[in-house]
Design a protein around this ligand. Sequence first.
Ligand code: PLP
Length: 286
Amino acid sequence: MRTVYLNGEYMPENEAHVSIFDRGFLMADGVYEVTSVLGGKLIDFDGHAVRLQRSLDELDMKSPISKEDLLEVHRELVRANGIEEGMIYLQITRGAPGDRDFVFPDPETTDPTIVLFTQNKPGLADSPAAKKGMKVISIDDIRWGRRDIKTVQLLYPSMGKMMAKKAGADDAWMIEDGYVTEGTSNNAYIVKGNKIITRALSNDILHGITRAAVLRFAKEAQMEVEERNFTIDEAKEADEAFITSASTFVMPVVQIDDAVLGEGVPGRVAPRLREIYLDESLKAAV
Ligand code: PLP
């Protein structure tokens, strides 16, 4: 039984209840973050806290907690649940005004709801999938136009994962006007020669915290990075491909639809980036 955090209190998971009028439940009116834990410490906490504030600001939602207190809650949940490797899920919604209405409730009278819980994942860093590489399928990107805000509207990404599963693949890359936007829950990259290519930041994709760190480490290691759109056809002819996210770090992609990349096993660049990312993030973990 986990200890979770709900609206200022720690409690056993079976005692944590949220109202049926919560706008997260009724309208997907909420934002979230996932922070990974390695060696009992938080990876990239600062980046997640900054992006959380940005998501809240973009939706005119007030934060129920300061950054310092948020760090304390993360640490306490790691401690209370004995997490060595895993994730902390955080969600903030616009709260429960006591009825259903499209109009936002007055923030003076309706407090946001804040929930955090841990997910224990021993072996997260030493994942067998990272050695084997993953298969992705391509699907249309039919999400809304503000993918830069990390909202809990995850129905289509969830459907995308199911389409991948049905096709015997691990995930789906989403395509808009022929160009890859991102994976269902990760940013997408291809490698050509020594060049790492990934879509530039805009409202079309989530600004991955792992993406920012990986691109910084790649540049520091003198690797060439090009931030531009790439088509799904270009991806199928790439030397390598990979994804990044807080829970998968850097994960090689070895097949896109029917196209096998290179030898069908992880290449040179993605495993190297994974190693650098894990080393450097562990050093900076808090
Ligand atoms: N893109 C999408 C759509 C995501 O849902 C996520 C993570 O959940 C990412 C990218 C990767 O972001 P991060 O590296 O901050 O986990």
